[in-house]
Write a protein that binds this ligand. Sequence first.
Ligand SMILES: *Cc1c(COP(=O)(O)O)cnc(C)c1O
Length: 384
Amino acid sequence: MTDLYEASRLIVAHDAESLLGAVVPPIVQTSLFTFDSYDEMIAAYRGEITRPIYSRGLNPTVRAFEVKLAELEQAEDALAFASGMAAISASVLANVAPGDRIVAVRNVYPDAFRLFGTHLQRMKITVDYVDGTDPQAVERALPGAKLLYLESPTSWVMEALDVGALAAAAQRHGVFSVIDNSWATPVFQNPLTLGVDLVVHSASKYIGGHSDVVAGVIAGSKANVDRVRAEIYPYLGGRIAPMDAWLLLRGLRTLPLRVAAHQDSALEIARRLQQLDCVDRVLHPGLAPLPPGLRGTTGLFSFLFHDGIDLRRFCDALRLFKLGVSWGGHESLVVPGDVVLEQKARPNSAHEFGISARSVRLHVGLEGTEALWADLTAAIAAAR
Ligand SMILES: *Cc1c(COP(=O)(O)O)cnc(C)c1O
């Protein structure tokens, strides 16, 4: 509870410096900031004073979010983006050059996999995929690599990794490490304290928490964040809008309470699903001892039905669980694995990301455990 309390105090606290004592920081919805004098302008351009010039570089609402996120991740600095993918692509691009090799854990977020397989391939950067649950396999792949790309737990199949052990291996080989921490959130996992160099979040998920914003953020040492900033401000440009940063500030206020509620409901539902004779396997990190450094679990997991359950009828019979991608909001969601395997719109769709046609991914929202369980059991009965 100590961690939860500390985090709550930090993000619920009134921001004393805000305008007119406003309890919520204002949305500074402006593209540029004007100067009072030539001298002030030239001082800003020379870097002698730090003040906003243009919102692609620095905006007060965006900065307020970045400061809170950095504190939550125990980081020196943070930088917010227009999406999680903008955060991922900028973080990777700022740390590799043609001819480099990346080691990535298998079953990463599919669009990260697509970035590696298309854009990075054109830049002559190769990617080796390894089983992240096997630290020795990761260690064997590291010599000569430039970057270790981690996600824990991995997407869909939810392999929870020993992040500290993998980060230590990367350090032994002088390899820069990046982790996608969207699932655990800073409430349940702080990878920088486990030795990872840079943390990435899709803030569209739990950090936003209300399914009304697409955004991303990175956190790390000042030097590591500055290296990404040096590419995002002058030319990559995928920065977040002030309104979206304001929505993330709003989301942060309740993050510890929400993830605790997602944790309780999802774990209970995962345990009950495991008892059903129609369920083959439940892939939820909380059903086994958690790896060191992971302090809790959240609402997203998947499971596999045995043959004999009609996925189409199961999905159509659900009432509270809505068919939809993404996760991390108040609402419960379901994605059938066989539909994902049909995806044609994006490259590399043949790669299965560990997804089985009998599997289902659930996001357990905040509607209440018993109501959600009644919804699931009624839909299973309809699908037999
Ligand atoms: C959604 C997601 C992303 C991408 O984030 P966007 O905000 O949608 O660009 C990255 N990683 C994981 C694990 C995700 O679930």
